[in-house]
Ligand binder design. Structure first.
Ligand code: HEM
Length: 315
């Protein structure tokens, strides 16, 4: 036992407790009685395992729930990294870069694991249990929308036809009203919002709008622009951000579309989705053209976005 080390640690502990007017000796006494930490308490495994609640008796519904939850946890991990980039005032570019690499690793994992959905459920079971899930949809993933709003300027998420009407006086609230996903879930002829969208907005609209304000000046795109051109990491960071854009808005979107097509178009004819969008025209990345960092791509790349002709050489 290194007695000197323990004496030093005790001194530092004493200083720590003194700052808040606490007694070191009383806290050491507490330590004597405290129980050891156990894995299951720390990771909250038992609680975690109570969160899968199928609505039907079909066994494969469990896979559907588990995989959605896994995805939501990775979305949380991505938001965790973005939050650190956004809210750190004196952010070292090397740290920014490391965070984007982390996000990209999470996304790679989500893209590859989507096979769990594409191949991992019995189609007949899926077609039946999905009817018990109406009108809910992955469309209502709030974290997915938070990632979008924290990644880029809201202008890049506004539906195409409204973009030309944006002026310097257009408010965030007005832009928010014209987000692409709202249009996707609104019937063109009647301008009626789907019930799925109505529920989503009832639950989260206030939070989304606040989030849009919060990230207006500190989203990933704003943060990248603030990096001085002379910074040696700027070019590598640009490539990492392009990869983030590509992984989210082409790779993940295509993997997800493949799942949708497998289950909702098994005989070539699309069936209605639980969220009520016209999904064959809404989901494909080449039609949706959700691009977080349009200024980082060439005109040709943007034209070919999400098509088989699109090539992105990752460095
Ligand atoms: C068999 C599996 C799946 C099918 C058939 C499917 C189907 C669909 C469909 C048709 C939509 C369009 C909205 C609608 O009308 O409902 C959608 C949207 C969405 N789904 Fe899924 N989905 C699947 C798995 C997942 C998983 C595992 C996630 C992970 C959270 C997810 C997240 C999303 C998101 C974020 C959207 C909105 C995309 C956008 O607005 O561009 N989906 N899904």
């Amino acid at each position: 036992m290194n007695r000197q080390k323990i004496t030093d640690q005790l001194k530092r502990l004493e200083q720590k407790y003194q700052k808040t007017g606490q007694d070191l000796s009383a806290n050491l006494e507490g330590l004597l009685h405290a129980d050891y930490l156990k894995y299951w308490d720390y990771i909250q495994v038992d609680t975690l395992l109570t969160l899968q609640k199928p609505r039907t008796h079909f066994p494969d519904e469990m896979i559907f729930i588990i995989y959605h939850q896994i995805t939501e946890l990775y979305f949380k991990a991505i938001l965790w990294e973005i939050g650190q980039v956004a809210h750190q005032q004196a952010l070292a570019t090397a740290v920014f870069l490391e965070k984007v690499h982390r996000m990209n690793r999470y996304l790679e994992m989500l893209v590859h694991s989507f096979q769990i959905m594409v191949k991992g459920m019995d189609i007949e079971q899926f077609r039946q249990f999905r009817m018990a899930l109406l009108p809910s949809s992955g469309f209502q993933s709030a974290q997915f929308r938070l990632i979008e709003l924290a990644a880029t300027d809201i202008d890049n998420l506004v539906e195409e036809s409204f973009r030309s009407q944006i002026t310097p006086n257009t408010t965030t609230k007005e832009k928010y009203a014209h987000l692409y996903w709202k249009k996707g879930a609104t019937e063109a002829a009647t301008q009626k919002k789907t019930i799925t969208l109505q529920h989503f907005e009832e639950e989260y609209a206030e939070m989304f709008l606040q989030w849009a304000f919060d990230y207006k000046d500190c989203n990933l795109w704003q943060k990248w622009q603030a990096v001085p051109t002379s910074d040696t990491h700027k070019q590598t960071l640009k490539e990492a951000l392009k990869n983030f854009d590509y992984l989210t808005n082409i790779e993940w979107t295509l993997a997800h579309l493949k799942a949708a097509s497998t289950y909702l178009k098994p005989k070539g004819k699309p069936i209605e989705a639980t969220g009520g969008t016209n999904w064959p025209t809404y989901l494909p990345p080449n039609l949706q053209k959700r691009i977080f960092f349009p200024a980082l791509w060439t005109e040709e790349e943007k034209e070919q976005w999400g098509t088989p002709g699109f090539v992105f050489q990752r460095t």
